[in-house]
Design a protein around this ligand. Structure first.
Ligand code: NI
Ligand code: MN
Length: 224
């Protein structure tokens, strides 16, 4: 496979194979960020939900790169007033952009943007014809992750492990069992004190199930 992934910290990733897909940009105000939103390149931006730690830099980066933002209908209604192009979607929907498909799937979480209700929180299945990646967004585990696994067959699952606002390490391991996925990447941990978690503990628990866990460094790029 030729896809390169860069973790920007928290839930932020760039997934690049010709086209660069940026998920959940959060640089400004992110104590772990090692890059500046001004410098990030993106052809398409996917936002899982409206919370500042996922949507915070979406508008700024969209304007700079002239790139559309994929997000929920309600979040789109809010941010399109800021003169950005949006593609509104809801769980079950798929968009295609320059050969990359992104399908919105459910997540169990809340969503607001600057105090306004922003629709349902979602995850995404991203298929760039090289690899299929499930970015779970902010969520707990839920039984329908079995369906996400059996219908979309993701190669890699990006899952929150930090607890408090999402599932924790043990919850994320349950999610991997439901998904029946072979590769996983932890996210959404150690950015703030309430979401302290040990990615090595997650790695060890997942590897007992035969799942390969990659723990990326922030702003380090790796191939999948
Ligand atoms: Ni959230
Ligand atoms: Mn979050």
């Amino acid at each position: 496979m030729k896809t390169e992934i860069t973790w920007h910290g928290h839930a932020g990733f760039s997934i690049t194979n010709g086209i660069s897909i940026l998920v959940d940009p959060f640089f400004s105000g992110n104590p772990q960020a090692k890059a500046d939103a001004e410098d990030v390149k993106a052809d398409l931006i996917l936002v899982t939900h409206g919370h500042f730690d996922h949507a915070g830099d979406a508008v700024k980066i969209a304007k700079k790169n002239q790139s559309p933002i994929v997000c929920s209908f309600e979040l789109s209604e809010i941010i399109k007033k800021e003169q950005v192009e949006t593609i509104d979607i809801n769980p079950g929907g798929t968009i295609e952009y320059k050969g990359v498909r992104a399908t919105a799937v459910p997540a169990i979480h809340s969503s607001s943007y600057n105090g306004l209700y922003a629709g349902e929180a979602m995850g995404y299945i991203i298929n760039n014809k090289d690899v299929k990646i499930y970015h779970a967004g902010d969520t707990t585990f839920f039984k329908d992750m079995e369906l996400i696994g059996s219908v979309y067959h993701p190669d890699i699952a990006m899952v929150p492990i930090g607890g408090h606002y999402t599932m924790d390490v043990d919850g994320a391991v349950e999610a991997l069992k439901l998904l029946k996925v072979k590769n996983a990447i932890p996210m959404h941990y150690n950015t703030f004190p309430p979401i302290k978690a040990d990615p090595v503990e997650f790695q060890e628990k997942a590897e007992k199930l035969g799942i390969v866990v990659t723990i990326p460094g922030i702003e380090k790029t790796f191939k999948v």
